[in-house]
Write a protein that binds this ligand. Structure first.
Ligand SMILES: [Zn+2]
Ligand SMILES: [Zn+2]
Length: 96
């Protein structure tokens, strides 16, 4: 997928999966354990909301990141990890 930046606004809806990390597990076809940042070797404890760098639209995605990368202000290279588009996989109507 390439470069993403952390989304710094409020989440557009409340995820019903428990948290965004669970949301990623539920909707991703990939099973990601380690932080999505390509060079990072920490465990991905968080589901972070991100936007694709230089994308024309404002779509919001979730990717698994470690505690450090959940707070970075820099661009994050997530390499081969496919972020989950949270607007396509709306879980708010579903009962958890
Ligand atoms: Zn969810
Ligand atoms: Zn990391």
């Amino acid at each position: 997928m390439g470069l993403v930046k952390l989304y710094d606004g409020p989440a557009p809806f409340t995820c019903n999966c428990g948290n965004w990390r669970e949301h990623f597990n539920k909707f991703s076809t990939q099973w990601v354990i380690w932080c999505a940042e390509t060079t990072c070797e920490r465990i991905a404890l968080n589901g972070a909301l991100v936007q694709v760098y230089k994308s024309r639209n404002a779509e919001i995605f979730v990717v698994p990141l470690c505690n450090f990368h959940t707070r970075t202000t820099k661009l994050i290279d997530i390499g081969e990890v496919d972020p989950v588009n949270i607007m396509q996989d709306i879980c708010k109507q579903h009962k958890a």
